[in-house]
Design a protein around this ligand. Sequence first.
Ligand SMILES: [Zn+2]
Length: 304
Amino acid sequence: MSRRQISHQLPPIPFALNMRRKLRLPILPYEYKCQCNKMFDIYGDHPFNCPNKNHKGRPHNMITNKFSQALAPLLTTANIISPTTTLDKEIQIHLHLPADPTARPFDVSYKPNCDCHPSNVFSMIGYNITITNATPPPPSNQVLPSSIDCITNYTANADISLQDHERNKLNRPNNRRTTPPISGDEVIGNLLHNQMILTPVAIDAHGRLGPLVRQNLYGTPPPDIPPRKQFKPNRPNAKAMYDHATNLPAPIGIFIEADQRWKQLQADQPQHSTASNILWTQPLRSNTFYIYNPTTRNRYRPRL
Ligand SMILES: [Zn+2]
């Protein structure tokens, strides 16, 4: 999506906060005691590791809302859903799975309904968003051979942590509060039986996305799972779901597909304002909207 549109840009305060987090600059003038009795550090790592889960609740809901808003036009442009299709959020979804009728494994989901896209064999494709813990920075006295190695090591470690959280979502815990306990793997098995895909969306404390959703959005192949972290034999459905979510006909590289189709639409109809061009709509002055045509580089005011 174009960042020319103001709603696609980060507001100044969250932008400054993110930059300070990324550069390991203090975001607080001093430490203070958290509700959990541990210290809330000046770099802002503590809320990602705090046993008080309330810290992540609001960010989780905000990410879910924004992810859903961004996904709808993307899926429409990629021709995976029709323009009138709406995405469902957790609160609206009642799957009534036999293993656990109360289970709501998706934060955001949609039904692929365009006949020309191979993913329409699925009855539902859902995402479950999880914010991971902050990984501690390397010790200041650690000598790294070069900055390239440093980046490679750091991102590899970040990906392993993100993969752990993705797998935790597929290795759904058993619900022992019921008699008999509900098997988490049976719930995943119900999803597979109903032709549903679950893609965990792991996001780390610096905004890095997990390998599964990176493949889903950008087509980047996920790194191999280390042998010691493979799915256990008593989790056959978790392994099957991982395979379904990472292979065709599941959507892979939605951004690439959307980009190719958008370019094709521009080539076919260069003088017309397509639905995709609306993405370029931008407010130049308050309450005044113009549509920007990237082909002619003209702006014009739509008649509303
Ligand atoms: Zn705390």
